[in-house]
Design a protein around this ligand. Structure first.
Ligand code: CP3
Length: 323
């Protein structure tokens, strides 16, 4: 299990493990075909379909890990909101209050899928959740927002109210992640996609603290933290792995952070070029992290939906034949 070894900084093979964020998604024609029959929420609520979509990229490309097919916004649904993904519009959320619901039964279909996947998969399974700040931002904005202006206004004008929202989400997230671990996930990743918008004192209160609470509340399991634009700021939490975006030089990061597993960080746009360019850029990254026992090859963010599948195949072949 090369992924688990890398997370312990004990990978002695010549190449790193590879998986890609959003590896189960719209760039695959098999996924598009399923989406013609079911909308996203139907897929994400049906244990058998969750298994099928999770397995698609493993069967097609031979990644070293599977990531559960689900979404970070399902927790808001479990907390009483209505979550919709309308065609071409991104997510929208209805509901002004979070209700303390029974997360384990609300999201039981997720854990059922994990138990089934564990019977079928030969590679480790990664579970996940959104970090409280990113989930709270969708709850406050009611949709995706590039600037988070409503969220920032709310947290500055009503810090106590905002902290309550973060607390509710944090509690639910601990239950949700622990249930994923108990059902069989080998690793969990926490996604903070929007935290880079915050000033340092807000980042400390609404990003670092709640993620720390989550980590303290988790059953034993390796944790990877993803924090777009600000990943290094989470190294104080001492997770097993940190996922970096492509603005960062991983080799330099290794000097700053000698004891953590580093994940990343090819620019997803590289996969829109051509096989030769992909190979050149991938080799550059592979060479820069050569023989590092704690490196996981990934992208700096999710696979773009325009990505040709032959390009994903070229990348996986390049990484798997390295060394
Ligand atoms: O990585 C994987 O393949 C596993 C599944 C996964 C999805 N979403 C499936 C999905 C994961 C790990 C996520 C995480 C997620 N979801 C994040 C954090 C990571 C990041 O991208 O920054 C965020 C912010 C979301 C919220 C979300 N879900 C948005 C903004 C959207 C719509 C636009 C988009 O990016 O696709 C989704 C929908 C979604 N989640 C899709 C998939 C495959 C596409 C739905 C479709 O079929 O139309």
């Amino acid at each position: 299990m090369i992924l688990l070894e890398a997370l312990q900084k004990k990978n002695v093979q010549k190449r790193p493990p590879i998986w890609l964020m959003r590896q189960a998604g719209r760039y695959m024609h098999e996924y598009q075909a399923l989406r013609k029959k079911h909308d996203f929420m139907q897929l994400a609520h049906n244990p058998e379909l969750i298994c099928e979509v999770t397995e698609l990229p493993i069967q097609a490309f031979g990644f070293d890990a599977a990531i559960l097919f689900s979404d970070i916004l399902l927790i808001l649904e479990a907390l009483g909101c209505t979550v919709r993904f309308d065609e071409g519009k991104g997510p929208s959320i209805e509901g002004d209050q979070l209700q303390a619901k029974e997360i384990l039964s609300e999201l039981g279909f997720v854990y059922q899928a994990i138990r089934e996947l564990k019977k079928r998969l030969k590679v480790p399974l990664i579970g996940f959740a959104g970090a409280p700040f990113t989930v709270a931002s969708y709850f406050v904005e009611k949709a995706g927002s590039p600037t988070l202006s409503k969220t920032k206004k709310r947290l500055m004008q009503d810090p106590v109210g905002f902290a309550n929202i973060i607390d509710e989400i944090t509690k639910a997230t601990i239950v949700h992640l622990n249930a994923q671990i108990e059902a069989g996930c080998d690793v969990v990743q926490v996604f903070d996609s929007w935290a880079m918008h915050l000033a340092p004192h807000h980042f400390e209160a609404f990003v670092v603290k709640p993620i720390q609470t989550i980590m303290q509340g988790l059953k034993k399991c390796p944790v990877i933290l993803f924090c777009r634009g600000a990943a290094e700021r989470l190294s104080v939490l001492d997770p097993h792995g940190i996922s970096f975006d492509w603005q960062v030089d991983l080799q330099k990061m290794r000097q700053k952070l000698p004891s953590v597993c580093l994940q990343g960080n090819l620019d997803p746009e590289v996969l829109l070029t051509d096989p030769k360019t992909i190979e050149r850029e991938a080799k550059r990254l592979l060479d820069s992290m050569r023989h590092d026992p704690g490196f996981i090859f990934n992208l700096g963010h999710g696979v773009l939906k325009e990505t040709p599948r032959e390009h994903v195949q070229a990348l996986v072949s390049c990484v798997k034949s390295y060394g």
